[in-house]
Design a protein around this ligand. Structure first.
Ligand code: NAD
Ligand code: UGA
Length: 449
């Protein structure tokens, strides 16, 4: 099938390359000329494991190409995926201007019957608005919703091995079109659930809000754990092994970030208010998240009280490991709160330095590597759980630091090793360890999902 994917960001690129790998002929379209030029050279503009290789391979097979010419893409494909951004509007709702602009282009240029697949995350009811616009077109345009559940860092894997696929269609023809596109994955045994467009749209919001709620739930409990001397890691194992609860998205830390959880929770909250429902639970999810980031920074500041010209090494900037994405990263408010508290910050991230520079500018000192970042500092504040931080040599770190404090904002470090190196270990919702102390009764580790 000839498919065009409008928007070559995280979702559009991964979807386009993966659809090509399923045998379709895919044309990726973006308004960003530089992005399209780099893609045409086979270079991925984003860091996503396995993506560059897939783009190169599909390009070489002649199944994947890129253009800025949206008219050509419309003409040469019977199915059009929209994967443009749906960022937060000042109201808290989703800003759908980029999406509607593509829809209006299609209505103007359409030259035959088409299927329009909304891949972007959109508030429930958006499909109805899109269908109302496309009703005026010269040829029929079947509007369907196919929400995407990929995670950055494992995006290619998630797309090609989905837990399930959601097909949102309000007509048998729309459903059939989606089946045809994803037949290779259906043949491999991956489950599909077909439902109305509105239900599909709400399913996507519900999934992100539920995952964000779990993270905020454990983060709120981590505050109580700290207050009473319990260990949130033990609690996580204790509840996560209950099959009704499961282990995923229960890792306490500095709060969630990324381009989706914060914006989708806000958009859900906004839409509930719009229809007259008080979002009691949903409103608390982001509130807890904001507080979690600030509490972490304030704990670092408190430990450094009285230190002359305090310096902190911020380990990690991206909102999670295996991505260079800085959107809504907890590192941003944490860095700003520390800087406002008079701390000189040295920062390091294996992938996100370029993107972070555009946000933090000269408010921080940019380091070459972990050692450069850590030399002479009074404290380490780990914000992103990159493997390179987890496997550090703690005796070496203790030797090059000026102070002795390690703040593990992701509960990912071997606490005993940190303390054995003569450092204070501070985590999230866990008892602190003094230099030389061991941790009694440590539990097994379960995956955090
Ligand atoms: P992104 O900002 O990385 O990419 C969007 C791309 O669309 C940009 O390259 C932009 O230049 C391009 N674009 C904007 N207007 C255009 C137009 N008129 N024509 C052609 N290209 C245009 O966004 P993203 O992270 O890929 O997210 C896209 C959508 O997918 C959002 O709705 C998001 O909520 C949803 N989503 C994202 C993820 C994720 O992990 N990032 C996962 C699931 C769903
Ligand atoms: C998330 C969802 O997991 C995807 O299914 C969805 O498609 C995507 O949003 C989207 O709609 O954009 P992503 O934002 O890439 O994916 O990253 P996650 O792995 O979900 O992590 C989100 C944030 O939660 C990160 O900051 C992470 O550090 C944090 N997190 C996650 C925790 O603090 N604790 C956990 O236990 C899990």
């Amino acid at each position: 099938m000839n498919i065009s994917v409008i928007g070559c960001g995280y979702v559009g690129l991964v979807s386009g390359a993966c659809l090509a790998s399923l045998g379709h002929h895919v044309m990726g379209v973006d308004v960003d000329q530089a992005r399209v030029e780099s893609l045409a050279r086979g270079e991925s503009p984003i860091y996503e494991p396995g993506l560059s290789e897939l783009i190169l391979a599909q390009h070489a097979q002649g199944r994947l190409c890129f253009t800025t010419d949206i008219g050509r893409a419309f003409r040469e494909s019977e199915t059009i995926f929209i994967a443009v951004g749906t960022p937060p509007a000042p109201s808290g709702g989703a800003d759908l201007r980029m999406l509607f602009s593509v829809v209006d282009d299609l209505v103007r240029m359409v030259d035959g019957p088409k299927t329009l697949v909304i891949k972007s995350t959109v508030p429930p009811g958006t499909g109805e608005q899109v269908a109302a616009r496309t009703a005026a077109a010269r040829y029929p345009i079947e509007v369907v919703n196919n929400p995407e559940f990929l995670r950055e860092g494992t995006a290619v894997q998630d797309f090609l091995h989905p837990d399930r696929m959601i097909f949102g269609a309000n007509s048998p023809r729309g459903l059939e079109a989606l089946r045809e596109i994803f037949q290779p994955l259906i043949d491999r045994g991956y489950a599909i659930f077909s439902m109305s467009r509105q239900s599909a749209e709400l399913t996507k919001f519900a999934a992100n809000a539920m995952l964000a709620m779990r993270v905020s739930f454990i983060n709120e409990l981590s505050l109580l754990a700290s207050a009473i001397g319990a260990d949130i890691e033990s609690v996580r194992v204790g509840i996560g092994t209950d099959r009704r609860i499961g282990p995923s998205f229960l890792k306490a830390g500095v709060g969630y970030g990324g381009s989706c959880f914060p914006k989708d929770v806000a958009a859900l909250e906004y839409q509930m208010r719009q229809v007259g429902i008080e979002p009691c639970l949903v409103a608390g999810v982001e509130k807890v998240n904001q507080r979690q980031k600030l509490i972490f920074a304030q704990r670092v500041l408190a430990a450094l009280q009285g230190v002359q010209h305090p310096q902190v090494a911020l380990w990690g900037l991206a909102f999670k490991p295996d991505t260079d994405d800085m959107r809504e990263s907890p590192s941003i408010p944490i860095a700003r709160t520390l800087a406002a508290g008079g701390v000189a910050l040295r920062v390091y991230d294996p992938q996100a330095m370029d993107n972070a520079r555009k946000i933090l500018g000269d408010a921080v000192q940019w380091s070459r590597d972990v050692e450069d970042c850590t030399r002479g500092v009074d404290a380490i504040a780990l914000v992103t759980d990159w493997p390179i931080f987890i496997t550090q040599n703690w005796a070496r770190m203790a030797a090059i630091m000026r102070g002795k404090h390690v703040f593990d904002g992701r509960n990912c470090l071997a606490s005993g090793k940190v303390a054995a190196a003569g450092l204070y270990y501070h985590a999230v919702g866990r008892p602190e360890l003094a230099p030389g102390a061991g941790r009694p009764g440590s539990m097994g580790v379960i995956p955090s999902g």
